[in-house]
Ligand binder design. Structure first.
Ligand SMILES: [Zn+2]
Length: 87
């Protein structure tokens, strides 16, 4: 389910997020390749729409789900690159 719009999608259509432990906290990042590969544990998903990422970040639903303390400063840019590459 997309954390932005709440609609259901096939997992392959969604972009997956995970967290990275850093010196300052738990940072929300794209999971490797934005998909399921190689990342154990909980995941958060957003459909490939930048507005949904913005909504999910504004609502903090992704942060809460993954117990993240903030998002990576490059997150929006990486998301945009990923969905562009998929088209
Ligand atoms: Zn969505």
């Amino acid at each position: 389910m997309c954390a932005g719009c709440g609609k259901r999608f096939a997992k392959a259509a969604l972009v997956r997020f995970t967290v990275r432990e850093t010196a300052v906290g738990r940072e929300l990042v794209l999971a490797a390749g934005g998909n399921m590969q190689g990342v154990p544990g909980r995941g958060g998903y957003v459909c490939p729409d930048p507005e949904c990422l913005d909504r999910a970040l504004a609502r903090k639903s992704l942060l809460r789900r993954l117990k993240a303390t903030g998002e990576s400063p490059e997150l929006r840019e990486e998301f945009a690159r990923l969905i562009e590459a998929r088209q």
